[in-house]
Design a protein around this ligand. Sequence first.
Ligand SMILES: [Zn+2]
Ligand SMILES: [Zn+2]
Length: 286
Amino acid sequence: MNPADTPALVSIHGGHSGQFCNHASDLLDEVIQAYIDQRYTWVGITEHIPPLSDRFLYPEEIRQGMDAGKMYRRFEQYVSACRRLQDRYRSQIQLFVGCELESYEGAIGFARQLMDTFSFDYVVGSLHHVDNIGFDYSPELYHAAVRAAGGLEELYCSYFDAQFEMITAIEPQVVGHFDLIRIFDDGYKRRLALPAVAQRIGRNLGLIRDLDLTLDCNVRALSKGAAEPYPTRAILQQAVDLGISIVPGDDSHGADTVGVNIDEAIRILVELGADTNWRKPAAVDA
Ligand SMILES: [Zn+2]
Ligand SMILES: [Zn+2]
């Protein structure tokens, strides 16, 4: 590839910071400066939304004395800080002010409310829960979710059904880590190929194409030992064949994870023949 054709460095899903997230580090300003230092063209900052209620607090949030009310107020501060930084660094980097949504009981109505209140540039639609269990938090919670669903195949099916429902209701500009449900399943390739699962994946990708949404090619898993990003290669190939826009996301959680493994996402997407003229998540000239 000649240098003129080198895809731009971007992240469609990243910029969590210790300032606004209990499992990240550094100030948002420092995270953004890391993107500028690495010569990113544009970045979507997509902090987690606050929990709908105390029931959905994560253990470290409880340990650090947070509750749903405090987290909501911190999230308000996040949006204003992010808008200020968007403006301050305008000449150096294009920033989009977004958030990462959740999917559990009541989450769709709550998401609509947040979107009305904060007028984000765009949102990332993610699922970290199935049947209200935060399955990606630990192997223990993953297994609890498997048990609650009645088996691995059932868990995958419930996940993709909930994803379909979320995408239909919210139409998020970006769908985050599409197959995160495989996070603690070593046999995921087999599972994704089961007819009932494969059918749902095809259905959800069809919806994403029809609504003209973007898929996040999320590399955070690689630094945690996974062999490939989300989604897995076979799904990425299906998405490329359908003409779905796919954009790398580093899912950074601090200045030191900015850009980590993004080259791997670019390499895979180039190899699969994806369009590397990355589509921005919002039409606004942020
Ligand atoms: Zn996070
Ligand atoms: Zn996520």
